[in-house]
Ligand binder design. Structure first.
Ligand SMILES: [Zn+2]
Length: 176
């Protein structure tokens, strides 16, 4: 399994870190090859069982781990055997980037299509319609609101959109 290779990728490390948080990271960063129980992981990694379970559950919710239950015939106890499924990470990262890209493009359209007004005192931004409704006075402090340029924001968004598109294209090239 090429888990080790995957885990050397800083983008993937960051992705996992965002999912499970610092406490769950030892679990996420050391996926065993076969099945493993939460107790085994806790012992092996020297972690609290609850932290291990929490991390496993987050991985499960994100389709990065599965489990099967075994019932002990005598005691009736249930054991959960976990399997990590990191094969899906690159695909999921791509989906996430697509979502991010769609969101950014939508946001950029909103920024482009609207005029904005700012109360410099409160730092609150209003759409043209809102500002007009308030008679171009801030409803919080009563100061006059001023037109606000968002060209730099739109440019920053466009740069990020370009970057994301490049990254997604690069990924496609690698896979092809
Ligand atoms: Zn104000």
């Amino acid at each position: 399994m090429a888990f080790e290779e995957l885990l050397e990728d800083p983008v993937i490390q960051k992705y996992l870190h965002e999912l499970v948080g610092p406490k769950g990271m030892p679990v996420a960063a050391a996926p065993p090859d076969g099945e493993v129980t939460d107790e085994e992981l806790a012992e092996e990694l020297g972690l609290e069982l609850n932290d291990v379970r929490r991390a496993l559950f987050i991985l499960y919710e994100n389709d990065l781990a599965t489990y099967r239950r075994l019932r002990d015939e005598d005691s009736g106890w249930l054991t959960y055997l976990w399997t990590f499924q990191y094969e899906k990470i690159p695909e999921q990262l791509q989906e996430e980037m697509h979502r991010l890209l769609d969101g950014l493009e939508e946001r950029r359209e909103y920024e482009r299509e609207n005029e904005f007004y700012l109360c410099e005192h409160c730092g609150i931004r209003f759409e043209f319609g809102e500002a007009m409704e308030f008679g171009f006075e801030c409803p919080e402090c009563g100061n006059q609101v001023e037109t606000m340029e968002n060209t730099r924001l739109v440019t920053a968004m466009e740069n990020r959109i370009e970057e994301l598109r490049d990254e997604l294209n690069a990924d496609v090239d690698v896979e092809a």
